[in-house]
Design a binder for this molecule. Structure first.
Ligand code: ADP
Length: 405
């Protein structure tokens, strides 16, 4: 969290999804955001792009054929707001890359060799890495003089203990196909756990933490004395907690049944588990705000989905308490974790015997800064810590470029 660079030149952070592209220009030291934007439905006949700068948002509906077209349109928005991005003194373009495989676990300056290696490991994340590469190539073409850096979502978890990283399948098959647990959302888990230590004024390496990143995608991690020892996502981001549209943990035999008995092909199963499961599969709705409103109106499917979500969350919290032995802090983050007080209360309810007591009044308060929601005498401190993956990517990118100078 304390980048080594001394100047505060801005970084363009790019997060390219399969049909979307998020970007932000941010100063890594001050955290000041110059502008940010989001392009969606890239490749469709009608794409949407919005850009926020100087306190107001412009948006446009137009066909954006590819990620290059989205970045080019973003640069036009910058120009219309008086910023010539090619001359904006950017120190780096920082790209979120989902899967680093076993090859990448540090911020990495992007060279043709690095691009080739990201391409080689793309089968590990077929929905994500190809899109990340398109974003990298498009940004390099439009900003050829700015160094580009890859920040890998798997990096923080690269040294998970073997016992946590290994699937109990045939060793040779696993080795031949790079099958192991990699973990994802690492940039957020690292940022939040370090921010939690800083908030508490504790040495990062002295405390044991559980981080619950609950957004549309969701994952949990256990961090012992500064090192991650387990996380809920595995070889892919499908494992673990119940998510907005992903199932999380399943009996693997279920996928065989879907194929043999239900007659679904592999791509159909992929879509079912990634896009039509989780809260959406159970209640028809993956947005937590709508789900909560439906529960209030007595929707039984929404209530059942919520119960499954909380049940899984508690199972992971319990497992990580045992793995860690002693837990000092539990932090909630991301859209649901930062906003849904009922999720925080329900996932930690009735754990007084384990030293966890949430204070209802503190939990009901809202805010954008890290805050404590446990009682003063709760042995385990419970926090809400807003995540900021863009800032973390900007800081890591700027620090790498500064150290390479
Ligand atoms: P991602 O980055 O994975 O797309 P986010 O971290 O933005 O996801 O989280 C999105 C989720 O957060 C959605 O389910 C959304 O409904 C939920 N969320 C956002 N604001 C609130 C709120 N005020 N109350 C409850 N849930 C919220």
């Amino acid at each position: 969290m304390s980048p080594s660079q001394t100047s505060d030149r801005p970084v363009l952070v790019v997060n390219a999804g399969s049909s979307s592209l998020k970007y932000q220009v941010v100063h890594p030291l001050s955290g000041d955001v110059v502008a940010e934007g989001l392009a969606e439905r890239i490749g469709e006949s009608q794409s949407v792009i919005s850009h926020t700068q100087n306190g107001h948002t412009d948006s446009d509906e137009l066909p954006l054929a590819d990620h290059g077209a989205a970045i080019a349109r973003a640069l036009e928005f910058f120009a219309a707001n008086g910023t010539d991005i090619a001359n904006a003194d950017l120190c780096a373009v920082g790209h979120r890359v989902v899967h680093g495989g076993r090859s990448f676990y540090r911020p990495t300056l992007i060279t043709p060799e690095v691009i080739a290696e990201i391409e080689r490991i793309s089968p590990l994340a077929p929905l994500h890495n190809p899109a990340n590469l398109i974003g990298i190539r498009a940004a390099q073409e439009l900003l050829p003089d700015v160094p580009s850096v890859a920040i890998f979502d798997t990096a923080f978890f690269h040294a998970l203990p073997d016992a946590a990283a290994t699937y109990a399948i045939d060793r040779d098959v696993a080795a031949a196909h790079a099958i192991r647990r990699y973990g994802f959302h690492g940039t957020s888990h690292e940022y939040v756990s370090k921010a939690a230590a800083e908030f508490l004024g504790r040495d990062y390496d002295d405390i044991n933490q559980i981080v619950l990143h609950l957004g549309n995608g969701a994952s949990a991690s256990a961090i012992k004395a500064g090192s991650p020892i387990d996380t809920s996502m595995g070889m892919t981001p499908l494992e673990g907690l119940v998510m907005g549209t992903r199932s999380g943990d399943l009996d693997p035999g279920l996928t065989l049944h879907l194929n043999r008995v239900a007659g679904l092909g592999v791509d159909e199963i992929d879509t079912l588990l990634n896009k039509r499961s989780g809260l959406k599969g159970l209640a028809g709705e993956n947005d937590f705000r709508t789900l909560t409103a439906s529960i209030v109106q007595g929707d039984e499917d929404a209530r059942a989905a919520y119960d499954v979500y909380i049940h899984r969350l508690r199972r992971y919290i319990g497992a990580y308490m045992i793995e860690l032995g002693r837990v000092d802090v539990i932090s909630f983050t991301a859209g649901v974790g930062e906003n849904a007080s009922s999720v925080r209360a329900d996932s930690l309810a009735n754990l007084e015997n384990y030293g966890i007591v949430v204070d209802d009044e503190r939990n009901a308060l809202r805010g954008k800064e890290p805050r404590r929601i446990s009682t003063d005498d709760s042995a385990v401190t419970v926090l809400v810590v807003p995540t900021n993956e863009e800032l973390a990517i900007a800081q890591q990118s700027a620090a790498l470029v500064a150290s390479a100078d």
